[in-house]
Design a protein around this ligand. Sequence first.
Ligand code: DQA
Length: 144
Amino acid sequence: ASIYVLNGPNLNRLGTREPSTYGTATLADIERLCRDVGEDLDLDIEFRQSNHEGVLVDWIQEAGDVAQGLVINPAAYTHTSVALHDAIRAAQIPTVEVHLSNVHAREAFRHRSYVSPVALGVICGFGPTGYRLALEALSTVIRP
Ligand code: DQA
């Protein structure tokens, strides 16, 4: 099965960006983790990052056409984007929302997610492990 793993704005800076909040793993480290988990679970991983909302919309549409599941860390767009909400709803593939940090333990503006209502589930607060958990969760719904 094919799974898209999409990452939103500023996640290209992981490793040096606020390590006390986001840890020291880089996005390349997270990509490697996803590929390793994908190999174990027999999932074909398409891993991407963009700082641009419209590019993420394009990729969600593409995932809806070719993939069986989606893992997305929408980063700041989580809290603002009706466009991502609509794209995920229309894609009609099981979607897991991931955040490295526990957004509910942070500022009030991070407590609202436009993505959660169209996600199958949400994982936050476990750092890069959240991506592993998301892929494991997806594999159970794709092949119960
Ligand atoms: C984040 C949480 C968001 O609130 C924030 O804007 C991010 C990263 C996380 O992974 O913890 O950029 O999605």
